[in-house]
Design a protein around this ligand. Sequence first.
Ligand SMILES: Nc1ncnc2c1ncn2[C@@H]1O[C@H](COP(=O)(O)OP(=O)(O)OP(=O)(O)O)[C@@H](O)[C@H]1O
Length: 665
Amino acid sequence: MALFHILRYPGPEAAAAAEEEEAGAGERARALLERLQSRARERQQRQPAPPERAAHSEASGRRRRRPRRRRRGSSEALGSSESPREKRPREDDQHECAEERGPGRRAGLPSRAPAGTDAPPGPGVRTESKEESPAGHGARAEAAPDGRPAEEAAEPTVSALMLGGFGRRKAPKVQPFLPAWLAEPSCIQKNIAEGLVPIEDIPEVHPDLQKQLRAQGISFYFPVQAAVIPTLLESAANGFLVGRGGYQPSDLCVSAPTGSGKTLAFVIPVVQALLQRVVCHVRALVVLPTKELAQQVSKVFNIYTDTTPLRVALITGQKTLAKEQESLVQKTTDGYRCLADIVVATPGRLVDHIDQTPGFSLQQLRFLVIDEADRMIDSMHQSWLPRVVAAAFQGEGPPDPCVLLQRRQLQAVTAASTCCPQMPLQKLLFSATLTQNPEKLQQLGLHHPRLFSTSLACKGPQDADGDVGGKYAFPVGLTHHYVPCSLSTKPLLVLHLILEKSFSRVLCFTNSRENSHRLFLLVQAFGGVSVAEFSSRYGPGQRKMILKQFEQGKIQLLISTDATARGIDVQGVELVINYDAPQYLRTYVHRVGRTARAGNAGQAFTLLLKVQERRFLRMLTEGGVPALQRHELLSELLQPLVPRYEEALSQLERTVKEERKQKAA
Ligand SMILES: Nc1ncnc2c1ncn2[C@@H]1O[C@H](COP(=O)(O)OP(=O)(O)OP(=O)(O)O)[C@@H](O)[C@H]1O
């Protein structure tokens, strides 16, 4: 099975250049050493050491640390204002200085030995260090003939071992080498309006589905749909039981902006591929990170399977396990009967059913759709994917000659392996912020993957995570704004934006459910705005109702945690406010993507504290956010709201105290 071929080295040219550079450095070090040694020899010839001293000079040289320290101390006593620590240059400085000043000088400074070593310096050492020190002149009164102080001249000479290459060199930036499928994706038009394709231009789509699409008011495919639907239909052209030509079809990764219609890009081909099924088995499994998203996607599947025999089951934990089991399997006299062709699930609940629902089988699984794939990769530690794959390939063992279609883990394609037709399992990944980190994607065990992307046409630097910086595509109709402000003016700004600008559907994000709750209470106390909050404070049923009311326009301002940041599709959201600035670029992409959906226009405002401004702007610039508009906070605009706001603040204080009391009781 071909996975990824990752070469994480800078390439042959860069490697050769580095080698050359290293060889050059080696040459220089050798020349330096030779010069030093020849100078040492010259000095030794000029002033031969007394025979008895010369005999044991090397042995005593090894034990000469203390005298050196004493000398340093003595030079301080003689007036040097620098402390020994101050005098010692940094390692990289040493290297550079030595190169500039020549070998004698380099060797001359005791502190220039590599950090941590107290190796005795070479013959030129003290001479030159004394020259540098003003104290040295005094000491020279009793100098030896060669100009060294008598004390030093009496010491044995030791040949120094010069170590090189300690200077800090800027490490060359590692350029990512992406596998070909990641580096050369099939490009998708980013601008929805410019890339619309009439429904009749893709005749492969079943007429009944085309009819359904028209009934939903859809007469054009969005670019991502026009690219992905025909590809997926082609991979199932021989029916869903065998891949084209008996081969396993390629897995697909799709990276397209928020609101670009990715859901229909997999719903239509999956439904069409399964239309020919005779026996009901779980053949498509869609895994999503949240209950709300799973609900939304199962609703879309329900629309397009409405007039077909296909059945859709939603397993997210919103109902009891027993109730969900009833929608999945039915006990019969001779075993279990499957009741769902398409299962839409959250990962945790899916694993519960794999473990606990008798008769729930994934052995006939044909499509595994992973929506919000980057988030799902982050949750891989839950090991839901290995469980799904294990369940899909459960029947492994010696091939059963009576079984027409085999289901085996993919290995190398050989003549023998093509004899038995394989039942394929195709993985389909979708996200607006799909990672391009090959190591992360490798965890999914993709088979001959293909990438469709809006964002890769232009390449950029990689961020720490391995994602390509500046590569997230934003909806074309989205304008980005930010307002520098203080903590106390944030709520006033939210009120101003809603009341003065008359936005009818606003989604406001905070970074915690406490912040959401407080802001909700404050806006409620202020009055004049129909407001609700959405967070884990509420159960799934209440959350569902809140979203419905927001969709119906009964709620003007929905204050939410990041629970609604991903995938949630509420039509007509005109404004997204980041009350708390998002910490990560991906969070920003998904939050602001709740507006400007399906080719519509929308605005995103981020309220920034002074301390957040620089980092946030850098993050967005690196992330490829188009023109970001700065708005100055004009206090006179907020002034009329202040009296009512102060009353609301007092009301908030009372409510919070009340809530605390209730909690404590
Ligand atoms: N061809 C189409 N014509 C008109 N509207 C469409 C079309 N395809 C999708 N839509 C609408 O566009 C909206 C966004 O679609 P969808 O939720 O699939 O986007 P998405 O790419 O999955 O976004 P996100 O990344 O935020 O999950 C939905 O309301 C959907 O009904």
